[in-house]
Structure formats: C-alpha cells, structure tokens
Design a protein around this ligand. Structure first.
Ligand code: PLP
Length: 403
C-alpha cells in the first residue's frame, strides 16, 4: 500500500469535524439535536440575491470566468471596499475565490515560506492553523485571555514577531471569541507591525457586518494606510449575506501580492461559480439596511444567552463584541462527574457529555487553541438556541463534585 504524504503527520484532524461527525450520526439515528456547533447564519439568502442567480442562469451565465473572478464582480467589490471601508482598490488589485477559506489557504501558501512562522492570536479559528500547517509553515500564537477581552496587546504582538515571521494574521471580529478591535486598538497594533517591514499582514474581515452595541468596524489597511502595501484584506459574502453555500470570498491587496496569489490560484483552483458571482454582485450592490437588523437580532440572542449561561455559577462567559459565537469557560466543571459516573477532565469530555446525554452540539475549546472553553453559535433559530442553552445549564447543574 503506498504511503500518504508526510505532510499529513504535521497536523491533527479538525476537532470541529469530530463533533460534526458525531452530531450527524445522532441525527441520522433520528435524535433531535440542538445543534449550536456550526457557524452559519440561520437567515435565508435575500430574495433579490436568489433572483439575480436565476436571471444569470436564464441568460446563459454558466461558463468559466477568469480564475480570479469576472471583471463585473471585481468592480462590485471595489465599490464595496470604497463604500464600507474607505479603501480604494482597482479591479487588478482584487481576487475572488470559492469562499474566503480557500482564498486564505492560497494566500498563506503565497506569502509564507515553508518553516517560516505565521503569527496569530489564540483562541483562533482552527482552519487558520490548518492552512498554515498545510503550507509547511508554523503557527506562532499570541495567547490572549479573558482579562484583555481575548485581544492582543501591541507589546504581545511585537514580542511574537521574530526574523522567522512571514505573516501576521488578524481576525476581527474573531471566531471564536467575538473580540473586535476598535480603530484605536488597531492603531496600537499597527505601531508594532510598522517596525517589521518584511512581514506580510492578512486581515480576515469575514464578520465585518456582525457588530454589537453600536460598534463600528475598523480594518488595518484603512487604519494605517502606510501598511497597506503589505496587507491582504480578506472578506466574503458567506456570513454577511447568509450565503455560506454560494461559496464566494474575495480579497484586495497590493499588485505584487495579488499577482502571486493569482499564480497559485491559477494552478490550484478553478474559477468561482459564475452563477454565485452574479448573486454576490446583487448582494454587494443591493440594499444593505437589513445587515443592521440581522446584527441586532444576533445581539438580542447574545444578550439572552450570556445572561442564561451566567446564571450557572460554574460557567464563565465573556460578552462578545461581534461575530456569531459565545465562548464560555468550562474551567469550573473540570473534575466533576456526570450522573452516569463519567469524569469531566477536559472541554472535549464536557462537549461529548452535552451531545450524548443532553443532545446539544457545541465545539470544544481544544479546537481553537484555548482550553477549557467551548464554542456555541448564536446564529441558530431562537427556539433551538434557547432550548440548547437551557439544556447546557441543566447539564451543568446535573454534574456532581467530589470534595
Ligand atoms: N474566516 C473566518 C474567521 C471564518 O470563521 C470562516 C468560516 O467559518 C471563514 C473565514 C470562511 O468563510 P467562507 O465561507 O467564505 O469560506
């Protein structure tokens, strides 16, 4: 039997997929699962976006486009960057891909030499780590805690950047913590970045439109234009417009970076779906008012859910400033025992207990490089979210502690 590539030994399978597999198995057995594990808006894709896709199909817009997207979508993205972020990019400085995820993976391959280090805050999105490892580079974590609202300080970021650093990867609002850097906080980080002119910066802005408590969005290329010549700003339609299945992500950056990225994409990817590109143009150019309504609705769910979790004294829960997740600490549950006598040694044990004994699916903190925590999604229909949270607190109450 031939061996698989040795690259596979360098990283672990995603802890998120483990829980997805078990959840899918239980659902297939006919169990009702309160699934708070997936980061997917429960809203429907807006009607005008669907209609644009239908029209594109009817008009024969069903063939390959350029590998990095059509001129029409690049123009819509250029308008978006100008309207929302005050960033002025030409179509040549923009790429479009089958979602932000493959785009980020190709960007890391473009910017990070094998054995170099990519600096990022933890807790972090597991795929950021996986794509760094697949590129043959190493993640270098800036560990953040609840005390700083899970945000990097300029000092901690500066200390993590070494001659081995190829890329600093920023993500705000963050998956999984919802930490959202203000303009002033990004200015602070930009001073640390300015001292390292040989380091690329990738800004993952996927949750730009999901902000709470009247916050406004800030992105590094706009905060410090003197860094823009080494920043790739990544975004997409998945989370903003409830278009996760349409698979459109995009990015803008300096020409040399975009040319390198297109070179990788030209061999590693096909063009994004022509129909989805037409739909994304309608999303980006169409009405934007409902984005605020959706964010308000996530905020109401956040408030209810955080309050309910905090009533359980064994759990701690910070208040996310954006994105669609809560990231409570289950530190207080370590060492407890379930009614069936199983011991909770880790967040993974707690998550398995929630799923098997209480039919609630969440994701263990080990997946996000910070433990013992768990992540749950508030982008879940109200009734399921409320019942899921009720079950989590009941599950915590049902644990017993040895003296
Ligand atoms: N970036 C972050 C921080 C995410 O959480 C996700 C998806 O969960 C993505 C990127 C990928 O988005 P897309 O659906 O565009 O691939």
């Amino acid at each position: 039997m031939p061996a698989l590539s040795s690259l596979l030994d360098r990283f672990l399978p995603s802890a998120v997929s483990d829980i997805f597999t078990l959840t899918a198995k239980l659902k297939a057995q006919g169990k009702k699962i309160y699934d708070l594990s997936t980061g997917e808006p429960d809203f429907d894709t807006p009607q005008h976006v669907k209609e644009a896709a239908v029209k594109a199909i009817a008009e024969g817009c069903t063939k390959y486009t350029p590998v990095d997207g059509s001129l029409a979508i690049k123009s819509a993205i250029a308008r978006k960057f100008w309207r929302d972020n005050g960033l002025n990019y030409s179509e040549d400085e923009i790429v479009v891909a089958n979602g932000a995820k493959p785009l980020l993976a190709d960007a890391i391959r473009t910017l990070a030499n094998p054995a170099s280090e990519v600096v990022l805050a933890s807790p972090c999105w597991p795929s950021h780590v996986g794509m760094i490892e697949i590129a043959g580079a190493y993640p270098r974590f800036v560990r953040t805690t609840e005390d700083t609202g899970f945000k990097m300080t300029p000092e901690a970021l500066g200390a993590a950047i070494t001659p081995k650093t190829s890329v600093v990867l920023l993500c705000s609002p963050s998956n999984p913590t919802g930490a959202t850097y203000t303009h002033a906080e990004l200015e602070g980080l930009s001073a640390a970045l300015a001292r390292h002119p040989d380091v690329w910066i990738v800004s993952d802005d996927l949750y730009e439109h999901i902000l709470f408590d009247g916050r406004s969005f800030a992105t590094m290329a706009a905060v410090n234009p003197s860094l823009a010549s080494r920043i790739l700003t990544v975004n997409g339609v998945s989370k903003a417009y409830a278009m996760t299945g349409w698979r459109i992500g995009y990015a803008a950056g300096p020409q040399v970076l975009i040319d390198g990225l297109c070179k990788v994409m030209s061999q590693a990817a096909g063009c994004p779906s022509s129909v989805s590109q037409a739909a994304a143009i309608a999303a980006l150019d169409g009405p934007q008012g409902f984005l605020k309504d959706w964010a308000n609705s996530y905020q109401r769910r956040r408030d209810r859910s955080v309050a309910a979790l905090r009533r359980s004294r064994a759990l701690r829960c910070t208040v996310p400033e954006g994105a669609i997740y809560l990231y409570p600490s289950c530190h207080g549950l370590i060492g407890s025992a379930t009614a069936r006598g199983a011991r909770i040694h880790s967040s993974a044990d707690f998550v398995r207990y929630l799923l098997e004994d209480w039919n609630v699916a969440v994701v263990p903190g080990s997946a996000f490089e910070a433990d013992p925590y768990f992540r749950l999604s508030i982008a879940t229909a109200d009734a399921d979210l409320d019942e899921g949270i009720r079950r989590i607190t009941a599950a915590v109450d049902a644990l017993s502690y040895r003296d």
